[in-house]
Design a protein around this ligand. Structure first.
Ligand SMILES: [Zn+2]
Ligand SMILES: [Zn+2]
Length: 323
């Protein structure tokens, strides 16, 4: 018998002989704590009694970001960690026919390979973009659009800042736009790029922002920089000092959520709506739980298609269901 429970700080998977906390963001009483990847909303240091399961890459990145992880398992009896294609080292968890995707992306992007998932009995799937209409163009198309914008601005001597999350998106951008010179990266991104390189990813050496600023390099325009998408103060500074133009890369560019930037283009580290459906088709589960973002929309859609699905987040009680 298994039990899947949604508690405030995450999802708990109870198997016959153990409890596994899935990406808890605060302490959950469980023998095992699965950390799918090193984004901060998925990271919480469990109490000492709980053993951590994570990939070497996740632990390396997390440690560099200040998380104190001493011991962890990469391999654990009966548990399988599968590439989830979201950021470097991100994993889905497969145990006893139950597949937990965490944040997932099935497209290949630059050096990252998209997830390839097995058939399963129960699927616990993220639904960030689980609503009809969220369908992303190809990476090639997005790059072409971005390169055209950069090219026009460059010919007028205008510097361009590409924006994305510091961990994951920024490294993809560093790889996809390495042909633009000079290329600078914000300091926190530089630090993560270094970790990626240590872990074997072939990224170009781009100078950190603070060095370029100190050396007066930014006065020689144009240039390209990669910076954090939520660094509003920094962006405002760069705009007033250098008249930089911003291009943000996020799946939310398909909604109007990000009107702050000069351009937004749909490049995501998550599946789009069609890709979520593709996962469901290929995994062909008996039961689907959706969580995060448009969880009720995705569940309703799946039920209309003839699957059996319900959102995890909508239940207020701790106990969800015996399966
Ligand atoms: Zn994530
Ligand atoms: Zn997430």
């Amino acid at each position: 018998m298994h039990k899947i429970t949604q508690v405030k700080s995450g999802i708990v998977l109870e198997l016959d002989n153990m409890r596994i906390a899935l990406d808890p963001n605060s302490s959950i009483d469980a023998e095992l704590t699965f950390i799918s990847h090193a984004h901060s909303d998925h990271m919480h240091m469990p109490n000492k009694k709980s053993s951590i399961i994570a990939s070497r890459e996740t632990v390396t990145i997390a440690r560099r970001r200040g998380y104190d992880i001493t011991d962890y398992y990469e391999v654990f009896n009966g548990l399988q960690l599968i590439n989830s294609g979201h950021v470097l080292g991100s994993k889905a968890l497969f145990v006893d026919g139950i597949l937990y995707t965490s944040d997932i992306c099935i497209r290949d992007r630059a050096f990252l390979q998209g997830a390839r998932l097995p058939k399963c009995d129960i699927l616990i799937i993220e639904s960030t973009y689980g609503k009809e209409g969220f369908v992303f163009p190809s990476i090639e198309k997005v790059c072409e659009q971005a390169n055209n914008i950069i090219s026009k601005l460059y010919s007028n001597g205008v510097p361009v800042i590409l924006l994305g999350y510091s961990l994951g998106k920024a490294q993809i951008l560093t790889s996809l736009f390495k042909h633009w010179k000079p290329l600078y990266v914000y300091d926190s991104i530089h630090a993560i790029n270094q970790v990626y390189k240590e872990l074997g990813v072939d990224l170009v050496d781009a100078l950190p922002y603070s060095f370029a600023e100190e050396e007066g390099l930014l006065k020689k325009r144009p240039w390209l920089m990669i910076a954090p998408i939520h660094g509003y103060k920094f962006i405002a500074e760069m705009k007033s000092r250098y008249s930089a133009v911003t291009i943000a890369f996020t799946g939310w560019s398909l909604s109007n959520r990000y009107s702050y930037y000069d351009y937004t283009l749909p490049l995501s580290d998550h599946c789009d709506f069609n890709e979520l459906l593709k996962i469901v088709r290929e995994c062909n589960p008996r039961k689907i739980y959706t969580f995060h973002g448009y969880s009720s929309e995705l569940s309703s859609h799946l039920n209309r298609l003839g699957y059996t699905s319900e959102p995890l987040v909508k239940r207020s009680k701790n106990l969800l269901e015996f399966i």
